[in-house]
Write a protein that binds this ligand. Structure first.
Ligand SMILES: [Zn+2]
Length: 295
């Protein structure tokens, strides 16, 4: 399929109204920076399509950001927060960060040039997964301080609306609790949500056989990855039954959950992921529209 080695199947959702062919699209995660980047030769077209890199702060120059701010065009920023943590036997550690950043990017593209996405906070609060190899975890205070400092940086540059968009369950309660304080300390319209707030019980029922969202490395997340970045799904060599006794998970409830996630992951499909991503992007874009309108 053309020169892209990692064609993003979900990309066409953002491009349904454009004339760009899917084969020109490629989305990957930049190695150690843990940042989503779009590559391939995408340019503006007569249909108004925007280079997806244009909404990513870390891909922009200071000139581009300054000019948008000076022109009053840049109305809001999304700060994606997530994790680098074990995702059972078959998903990449970066899953949460990659997924929330993708939702943020696609939503920002809908509202271009009014919204940009900051570099994601790619390590979160994950002490509950430290008995699984590879997980990185920050202390709650460290994580919240990082998120606050990112938001303060944005405020310093004159950004008035900040949506902290979360993609990792362990960050949710601390961020929900801290965000009103962040908001009043910074004096900007700072709001918080996890992107799965987009999913009503009806949507979950319609698309998820397990009835669980977000879960962990199960039907939802595996479907998301299959749709958005299938190169991060690694079933090859996975034999959960064989390995589960070697995992050494001490807590019986945690062990039970681990097995449940492994079972439910088998229900995942690309089509389910595409549908769920489209809902999240739509919801995030609508939320930003309301924020920009002063809500
Ligand atoms: Zn996850």
């Amino acid at each position: 399929m053309s020169s892209c080695s990692c064609v993003s199947r979900v990309y066409y959702h953002a491009l349904m109204r454009s004339t760009i062919s899917r084969r020109h699209l490629c989305l990957g995660l930049a190695g150690s920076a843990g940042a989503v980047q779009a590559s391939a030769g995408i340019a503006r077209t007569a249909s108004g399509y925007t280079d997806p890199r244009k909404v990513l702060l870390w891909e922009s120059t200071r000139k581009e950001v300054r000019e948008l701010l000076e022109a009053g065009q840049l109305k809001a920023m999304i700060v994606p927060t997530a994790s680098t943590e074990q995702h059972n036997e078959h998903l990449a550690m970066i899953h949460d960060t990659a997924s929330v950043t993708l939702v943020a990017q696609q939503a920002a593209l809908r509202l271009y040039p009014r919204v940009m996405v900051t570099t994601p906070v790619a390590i979160g609060i994950s002490p509950h997964w430290m008995d699984r190899k590879g997980t990185l975890s920050l202390r709650k205070e460290t994580f919240l301080n990082v998120v606050y400092d990112v938001c303060e940086s944005l405020k310093t540059h004159g950004v008035k609306n900040i949506l902290v968009l979360n993609g990792h369950g362990g960050n949710e309660a601390p961020l929900r609790e801290a965000s009103p304080e962040f908001r009043s300390k910074l004096g900007v319209n700072l709001q918080f949500d996890s992107y799965w707030a987009a999913y009503t019980p009806e949507i979950v029922k319609k698309y998820m056989e397990s009835g669980v969202v977000p879960g962990h490395s199960a039907e939802f997340e595996t479907s998301f990855a299959m749709a958005a970045f299938p190169e991060r799904v690694h079933w090859e060599g996975v034999d959960y039954e064989k390995v589960k006794l070697r995992l050494g998970i001490k807590d019986p409830e945690s062990r039970r959950q681990d097995e449940q996630f492994a079972r439910e992951a088998k229900l995942a499909t690309t089509a389910k992921g595409e549908a769920m991503i489209a809902v999240a992007v739509e919801w995030t874009a609508a939320r930003l529209e309301r924020m920009i309108a002063g809500e």
